[in-house]
Write a protein of this length. Structure first.
Length: 162
């Protein structure tokens, strides 16, 4: 059974078009990766949780900044399937975030490999605002569809969690 994640694509309007917020995964395996490694803030959720509620929770955990949009301010971006089979559902919300004020939750893992030592790392080590073309290159390739869907929705003037 595939894993399910939900996330928020935060966007802001600059120079007549959107910029999107992406986060970079923390930890030693991602430290030197850039292109294709960035993501929307997201996380897994179970059957007992609504995807939008999970997306908002994960955004707060990974950035340290909760958002509480009204339903009419949420743009549903649908679902994509990432490599490995994980299904990610996303919602876009307009807002702003000071990326220098990022405060991520952490995780623990054995590090260095084959040692008994446990090290703690931030789940997200940095965030950035990107124009759509740059975002598509930096983010997980499957998630790039969310940027395209956001642009289409904004052009159509759509809002609402649908």
């Amino acid at each position: 059974m595939p894993q399910h994640s939900a996330g928020i694509l935060l966007y802001r309007m600059r120079g007549g078009g959107p910029q999107v917020l992406l986060v970079h995964p923390g930890g030693p395996y991602w430290a030197k990766r850039d292109l294709g490694a960035w993501s929307i803030p997201k996380g897994e959720y179970g059957q007992d949780c609504e995807p939008l509620a999970a997306a908002l929770r994960e955004f707060a955990e990974e950035t340290g900044h909760p958002i509480a949009p009204g339903t009419d301010e949420v743009i549903g971006l649908g679902t994509v399937r990432q490599g490995g089979g994980k299904q990610v559902v996303a919602f876009a919300v307009e807002g702003d975030l000071d990326v220098t004020a990022l405060v991520s939750n952490t995780f623990r893992m054995r590090w260095p490999p084959r040692s008994d030592a446990l090290a703690e790392f931030p789940e997200v080590d940095r965030a950035g605002w990107f124009e759509p073309d740059e975002a598509r290159v930096r983010m997980n390739p499957a998630q790039a569809a969310f940027v395209d869907r956001l642009i289409d929705a904004l052009a159509a003037g759509r809002r609402g969690a649908g």
